[in-house]
Design a protein around this ligand. Structure first.
Ligand code: SAH
Length: 836
């Protein structure tokens, strides 16, 4: 079995690495930005050179001026001089470094003098755009070569974004580059020319940037780090030769950050992702309020609403939601006076107008809701009308038809604006969502591999980014299947990142394994962070549990897996198994139909104690200070009922590890691992007359599968929680009962707190649970988000953070809950005393 890949020391996408050129501007060997590092090769000519005291090199390229005094050179570039000092103490990264004899401040190439700190074009290869670098060293090697060391700038197309265009919906500023930490040595004669690059405050808008950039060749405002594909504000002082004083991102802002935040959950499902985010942020005192949620599935919306009664849950397509937001923004502009948030005075005359127009028409009591809908191509805004005459039922009417009632519309807009029924640009602090990508699924044989975003099923990523573009939330978190980085070279994932960067967001991308956060489930998912340049970009929370990886990371992005470096790994908690998660749940039959029962046993494991915590103990404020409905009861502990035939089959699958249809009477397995029916015995039949061993089980994966009617075992970790409770081709039978796992058992594997209830037909509940972001993963991300939001992260560019030891410790959770309650009470008494 394979262990988790370690976190990147060097990352997947390699920087432009110019190699030694020969003279006369002959191009260096081509090294593509995502190719593997190549061993440095020095030019023949350079090796043949002899050092000269003041000008080292041939007539076209030479090191000039006095060399650095030995002491200064040794202290500034110790690795360069180590070999000369004897013992090899150099680290692996330094191993490639050329040993230096002398360092210089300047060099002359083709009659131009270059100094340390200058930005230069460096030859890349025939017909390739030159590399761009900032000179950090000039030195003469012990091999007599003359070298420069550059810290590289990346053009957008040199980064993980790459240049393949999938959708022509965005462009990058043609002069924008990103400063990286990557550097390496090259022969002096690789220098082509100087280039003027200025550093620009990332918070400036496009026009301000254009003005500043007018007399420069290029500009940079963010750094690029191949580790987790990070594009980020620059915090360290690397501003050697910029003309702009720069405050290094938002860390220096003097105002204390807010401790409340609003959240919009798109493709919300039953709410796994936003619930987890809120729980995790709460630990650091950031109260995230999920104000709005959108999903096309009515049952998922119902579940969301019942667990988060204060959220405005919208059952509609996200693409319609976007059109609605735009129209709503227009209406608010029209009807709201910016200064006092009320009707603009110019509109008040509408009152009389309505009186006129309303004459003879059916009177409207009020408008109660708004949506964007109707028949395709004729879609428009609709209002829900409550008629004055109560014999008429409320009805949805297109806005066009309500022209005669401008005051009603105005009142609705004003009220809706006050209530924030819909977000306007700037209203959303955190936008999260998992736009579905069925078109990307490994199982989808019809997927369009070349142009995945032409596939309607993948268009949701574009819509998601359109919403980011419109609402400009402070933070973005997008979740998706790992396949988004696999299909067509990961082009859909690259598109998402490219779009965020083009929208001037800081961003990074990582793959997380659910089991690493305390679940008996593998489940690898991609998470993409975005943060406005005025905010701190969140990091990824390192694992708390030691989970064995079964592969799954697309190879080009294997270094994006959020994990410890193998040689820096602390002792993590042991991976969880099925027993840890569900052993305390009472026995239920295949027929069980009760949505609500009682626990019959105490929690047996830390996980069970944790998952049974109350809303308050979990820091879930969805019901304010009240308990939610049925808290303390055991919810959704019922299985999808197997039909009579399957139930009979399942009863005959032995209650033991690894059991499946192959254990049924009459099944034999050949040496080729193919299952077949023993031809010497009559195939056994069920009561119904159907065969005990169904044909599909024998034929699944050409008879080689162990999945049909497979039983889970207590010591196992499941690969992933499914959306269907289907025992014909998945291992989903309870270890010791004749049934599939219940909705609650699946919810436990996904880390939903026991108080979280699912609604809708039973099959729909499985779908909601199986679709969700595992709550503990979202919770860990919520913690990382709060750290960034509250500016509690260290201002370094390390993309990873360590979660506190007691992150999910039950006693610590209870203590946190009572201290936050105490704070609230204190706050309340402060208020009352100040009122006296
Ligand atoms: N993030 C959720 C799970 C989302 S699954 C969680 O953690 O619980 C994806 C959801 O997208 C499904 O609930 C599906 O109903 C919804 N969906 C699919 N296409 C949609 C569309 N065009 N508009 C809105 N919702 C959509």
């Amino acid at each position: 079995m394979e262990r988790l890949p370690t976190s990147p020391a060097i990352a997947t996408e390699q920087p432009p690495r110019p190699r030694a050129s020969t003279r006369n501007r002959k191009r260096a060997p081509v090294v593509k930005s995502d190719s593997a590092p190549v061993k440095r090769k020095r030019s023949q000519k350079a090796q043949a050179q002899q050092p000269a005291p003041k000008a080292v090199g041939d007539s076209d390229s030479m090191l000039v001026g006095e060399p650095f005094p030995a002491e200064e050179a040794h202290s500034r570039w110790p690795n360069r001089y180590m070999r000369q000092r004897g013992p090899k103490r150099r680290n692996a990264a330094a191993e490639e470094e050329v040993t230096a004899r002398l360092h210089y401040r300047s060099a002359k190439v083709d009659d131009t003098i270059y100094n340390i700190g200058d930005d230069v074009y460096v030859t890349a290869g025939e017909d390739l755009p030159d590399y761009i670098g900032r000179i950090t060293e000039f030195f003469e090697g012990v091999d007599n070569g003359r070298y420069l060391t550059c810290r590289w700038f990346f053009r957008p197309q040199d980064t993980v974004i790459s240049s393949k265009k999938l959708v022509h919906d965005h462009t990058h500023h043609p002069r924008r580059v990103f400063l990286s930490d990557e550097r390496n040595d090259n022969d002096l004669d690789c220098i082509v020319s100087k280039v003027k690059i200025i550093q620009v405050d990332p918070k400036l808008d496009r026009e301000a940037k254009d003005r500043l950039v007018a007399d420069a060749d290029l500009y940079f405002d963010m750094s690029y780090n191949v580790a987790y594909s990070s594009f980020e504000n620059i915090t360290a002082d690397i501003n050697d030769n910029s003309e702009i004083s720069f405050d290094g991102g938002d860390n220096s802002e003097s105002n204390a950050p807010a401790t409340k935040a609003t959240l919009l959950d798109l493709y919300s499902g039953c709410g796994g992702m936003s619930t987890g985010l809120c729980l995790g942020a709460g630990i650091l005192g950031l109260q995230i309020e999920t104000r709005w949620a959108v999903d096309i599935n009515i049952n998922a919306c119902e579940s969301f609403k019942c667990n988060h009664p204060n959220t405005k849950v919208r059952n509609e397509k996200v693409e319609d939601f976007l059109s609605l937001l735009k129209k709503w923004s227009f209406l608010c502009h029209k009807y709201i006076d910016k200064h006092n948030g009320d009707a603009s005075p110019s509109l008040l005359k509408d009152e009389g107008e309505e009186h006129e127009l309303g004459k003879g028409k059916l009177a409207i009591d009020k408008l109660t809701a708004i949506c964007y809908g109707g028949i395709e191509r004729e879609k428009c805004i609709y209002f829900k009308v409550q008629w004055n005459d109560h014999r008429f039922k409320d009805s949805w009417e297109p806005m066009e038809k309500l022209r005669a009632y401008p005051v009603k519309i105005k009142e609705f807009v004003q009220e809706g604006h006050r209530e924030k029924i819909l977000p306007l640009p700037g209203d959303v602090d955190v936008l999260c969502g998992g736009p579905p990508c069925q078109g990307l699924s490994g199982n989808n044989r019809h997927r369009k591999c070349d142009k995945p975003l032409d596939d309607d099923k993948n268009r949701q990523i574009v819509t998601f980014m359109d919403i980011v573009s419109f609402l400009k939330p402070k933070y973005v978190l997008m979740e998706n299947v790992a396949d988004i980085l696999k299909l067509n070279g990961g082009s859909v994932g690259r598109y998402a990142l490219s779009r965020l960067v083009a929208l001037n967001y800081q961003s990074r991308m990582g793959l997380m394994v659910a089991g690493c956060y305390g679940l008996p489930q593998f489940r690898m998912r991609m998470f993409l962070w975005g943060a406005l340049p005025t905010m701190v970009l969140p990091k990824y929370p390192l694992p708390t549990h030691d989970v064995v990886v079964r592969g799954g990371a697309p190879s080009a992005f294997s270094q994006s897996v959020v994990a410890y470096d193998e040689n820096q790994k602390p002792t993590l908690k042991e991976a969880l198994c099925l027993r840890d998660a569900i052993s305390d749940l009472p026995k239920v039959s295949n027929n069980e139909a009760a949505d609500e029962t009682v626990y019959r046993a105490k929690a047996e494991t830390d996980f069970q104690r944790y998952i049974r915590l109350s809303r308050k103990e979990m820091l879930d404020y969805s019901f304010g200070d009240n308990k939610g409905p049925s808290e303390g009861k055991l919810l959704d502990h019922r299985p999808l009922k197997l039909n009579k035939d399957d139930y009979e089959r399942v009863k005959q699958i032995p209650y033991q590890k690894g059991a499946n249809f192959r254990n049924l009477t009459g099944v034999k397995v050949g040496q080729d691992n193919v299952a077949y029916m023993d031809p010497t015995v009559k195939p056994p039949c069920l009561e119904s007359g159907k065969p005990l061993v169904p044909y599909y089980a024998l034929k699944y994966v050409k008879g080689k599968s162990l999945k049909p009617f497979g039983r889970l075992w207590w010591d196992e970790t499941v690969p992933t929680v499914f959306t269907r409770a289907e025992s014909h081709n998945q291992i989903i039978l309870h270890p010791e009962q004749a049934r599939v796992l219940t909705v609650r058992e699946n919810a436990r594997l996904q880390g939903f707190p026991d108080y979280y209830r699912m609604y809708g037909p039973i099959k729909e509940r499985y779908i909601q649970v199986g679709n969700a972001v595992a709550v503990p993963v979202a919770r860990a991300l919520g913690y990382a988000l709060a750290q960034a939001f509250l500016r509690k992260t260290e201002g370094n560019n390390n993309p990873l953070i360590v979660l506190p030891d007691d992150f999910s410790d039950v006693d610590a959770m209870r203590a946190r809950a009572s201290s936050s309650l105490a704070e609230e009470l204190e706050g309340a008494s402060d208020l009352s005393s100040s009122g006296n």
